[in-house]
Design a protein around this ligand. Sequence first.
Ligand code: PMP
Length: 416
Amino acid sequence: MEPTHEDLKSMQTLLAHQKLSERAKTFKEFSSTQSFSYMRKIVSKTDREVSVEDPITGKIQQMLMFASNNYLGLATHPKISEYVKACMDKYGVGIGGPPLLNGYLKLTEELEDRLASFKSKPSAMVFSSGFLANLAVVSGVASGDDVVIFDQLSHASLFDALKLTKSPHQVFPHNDMISLERLLEKYQSIGKRNIYVCVEGVYSMDGDISPLPQIVSLCKTYGALLILDDAHGAGVLGENGKGTASHFNVEDEIDIEMGTFSKVFATCGGYIASSEDIINYLRFNSRQYIFSASIPPVVMATVLGGLKILEDEPWLRISLGENMKYAIEKLGNFEFCAKPEGGIVTLRIPEGMNIRAASYLLHHKNIFINPIEFPAVPLHHERFRISFMSHHTKEDIDKLATALEEVWNDSKAFIF
Ligand code: PMP
């Protein structure tokens, strides 16, 4: 039987009181029941169709991939592969050191310059993950005399960044501009040295776009600095995929922008783009930059190749947009949240549905989508997160809609 939220919560309490060896055993038992929802073993490239190994029979199953952030299909783009191979021949597969020491290549400089111009900022720096980039921004710039105001639905990395900073912080309800203004008013009148406002361009769990023009205007009124995490907007929104700020034409108004290579670029690593002063300051003050190894040249080349494709092949974004419009039409009978300009659809589940049971049924219909559970979303707000790619076909989307309808009408999806 599938564990419920309550099981999960009590398991977390149980784990907290166990010795490490006992904890590992409890988790092993728990995770052995989850193989159809988590850590499925993919044995092919991440394309619109993937091959997945059955954890019990070992058989290979062809599945439609609707769970990857590889929105434009760059993970398998032949021109990027060619460029990566050429860079690998020149630079090898790794570096073995952090950027301040031996880990800075000519390729790193080229990548940082390209990222700076991609984000219309004077300077940029690269991290080994977007998570680290987020830790570095907030813990690097905000100090005890400052305050950080942030959206309630911010990514886990921001919450962890706040644990590392000495500055007080205050959350505002998701996209609630009235609450944001109240907080700005409050901290301006207290006379905080710097007020930082942290928001995302496209929120990963709902796929909604933040009201950036209003946020920019509030930041200007109250003299606050705006930090934008555009992990999911970059590559998808704006002119040539330059991101959410470009989409709203407010690129010059963002003080610090953070992004990741783990979404549209379909690899790993992250970056910060900002003024030269802030980037230089972070290079010598961010522990996440100083004490962590550089991304390997093959990853740098993947992103450089991806940036070129964003400019040269605008039809990939057009095709993603057409797929999103078609999907929104096809999923009309479901409760979902989506923006046609993005690549994500989040599907609410009906009351009483067991998301893991539903996920299991979808898996056996060859549909690979991600179930999202606590703690990624609040308790009792489970959902499916569907990611579309530019090279999905209408037939793929029809198959997805049919499978969802069947599972929604299947009583087995409601058994705990
Ligand atoms: N910010 C947001 C909004 C994200 O969705 C993610 C990835 N889930 C990150 C930051 C972290 O990026 P990375 O995967 O590169 O660590």
